[in-house]
Design a protein around this ligand. Sequence first.
Ligand code: NDP
Length: 450
Amino acid sequence: MAEFDYDLFVIGGGSGGVRAARISATHGAKVAIAEEYRMGGTCVIRGCVPKKMLVYGSHFAEDLHEAYRFGWDIEGAKFDWPRLRDIVQTDVDRLEGLYAVNLGNVGVEIIEQRAVLTGPNEVQLADGTKVSAKYILVATGGWPAQAGCPGEEHALTSNEIFHLEKKPENIVIVGGGYIANEFAGIFHAFGSNVTIANRSDKILRPYDQEIVGRLLDISVAKGITYRLNAPLEKIEKNVDGTVTVHFKDGGPSQTADVIMVATGRVPNSGNLGLEALGVDLDKSGAITVGDDNKSSVDSIYAVGDVTNRVQLTPVAIREGHAFADSVFGGNPRTISYDNIPSAVFSSPPIASVGLTEDEARAKYGEHIKVYRSDFNPMKNVVSGRDERALYKMITQGPEEIVIGIHMIGPESSEILQGAAVAVVGKMPKKVLDDVVAIHPSMAEELVLFK
Ligand code: NDP
């Protein structure tokens, strides 16, 4: 008789947990995965995937507006939020189903219940059943931070925003990071009055601030309001259903249909039984793990946002895959956290890889060169849209090794993925110079830096 019910029990059916479960099963492990909500996790159910669909929906606003100058008469165009919302949710349902099918195809048992740890090799399900496993992988992700002020219960987060009954006429978004800037672009395009309120005067802090400055300029010109250095004091619900937000900046309060808080995500490690088992957590509540994803308890591992290393889906997937290969595939390996490309799906989007100009100066002093291309995309020339793109490339040393690429402009997230090879591959700029441009394109700017 086997010593344990399972070789691996995964808690959390998000990007990291699903990948770890699936690959472990293909390596021959007997695997179960427990998910208390919906298979697919934040990214698929209420994050990257439905958000990107809303971004696509938002692009039509400007395209329809500019269609005339491309020869098209568009009459009677109007936006229907419930239609888009429901179509997006239908696709989310489809994807959720696919996740379950893919896990089933490799023999992973899906348990649609909350599971908590009750021993180094034991979990208890919500129905009281206890099961044992040689290894337990915690992949419970993160949870949106709350407003942290009186009345915080009147604010929505990214968990709820996809399900709004109607499009808000006025929305205040608290925070200045990814989610705030992405949803500001989305709702502005849908016709809402949007205010971003941030506690400091810096938005998108990890990004190259010259690129971020361009987003600010474009967004303000479009009509998005930025209220900076404005920490929250309290939120009040009014009898007509609206909410009023009071700030500590001495300025006026603001009333809106919706207040959305996007001030980061906290690791989802509470009430899982971790502390009682001696699993070390850091002060943010993240499970502390080594490069091998192992926690302070030998049989318990963790991947993804619950470890608060880099809160990005592709990173969680890599961690989950490396865990499975290491523990069940006879191929112990770690992943690299260097030069991770990323994008903000703002309007226009930002994409980035490697060191920002400030980081490069701090590290290499004067031994860097900064190349810039500040240009008007051809489509904007025809449409008359006043939104210049800005690309930056940063090189280091006499060989001009490419150490950073930062972009804002249409399709920058699509363009940067390929260009990131230059940074990850530590290529000299000359390699890019040797590439013949594809003309006319925006991407050609990357091989024409002078
Ligand atoms: P971010 O970490 O991107 O930004 C948080 C923002 O909230 C910052 O402006 C920060 O200000 C502010 N903030 C932090 N703490 C507080 C506080 N206590 N009170 C008031 N303001 C505060 O968080 P998001 O919520 O936008 O996104 C969460 C994570 O999800 C991201 O970090 C990212 O990893 C991931 N994500 C990725 C996306 C993508 O890849 N495109 C899209 C959406 C989310 P300050 O800078 O001053 O600390």
